[in-house]
Design a protein around this ligand. Sequence first.
Ligand code: NI
Length: 187
Amino acid sequence: MSKRKILKYGSEVLRRNSTPVTKFDKRLKKIIDDMLETMYAAHGVGLAAPQIGINQRIVVIDAEYGSDRYDESGKSTGRKNPRNPLILINPEITEMEGELESYEGCLSFPDVYFNVTRAKKIKFKFNNIKGQEEEMEADGDLFCRCVQHEIDHLNGQLFVDIADDRIIAREELDKNGFANIDSQPLA
Ligand code: NI
């Protein structure tokens, strides 16, 4: 495994539409290993392949890693969640409903945070690392938001495109040295 450089906003790769994965081989496994190492090293909860310069439809997510574990009564056990990554290949949202508004960030925009509204509840399908199709649901939590955020990356879309308040988003970008809020996904 090796840690890769995370591309920052302004990189053209982040605006390209990514291609579906068709070969479930060693090369894919290596990309996924690198993505995991890169995500954990950056303390991220999700990473999409374009963020390490690969325009293929691959996402890794671990929304719980390092957060407190709770027992059945809701009391903290004093332990932290272990690594439990989910790998999504060729993911696609098949149903969405409701609204979920929350503060969001992205590893390609260091220190930039603002409110984004996403679907509250989603169903999605994807291929696992063996190429088999799986289906999952997510509802109202960080994981749900993360799946939507990472799938957007595969379409060249970034959270800045759907900021609830563009004036606040622009200020946040300016403050952190990202000048151009008006870039668009490439065809
Ligand atoms: Ni992101």
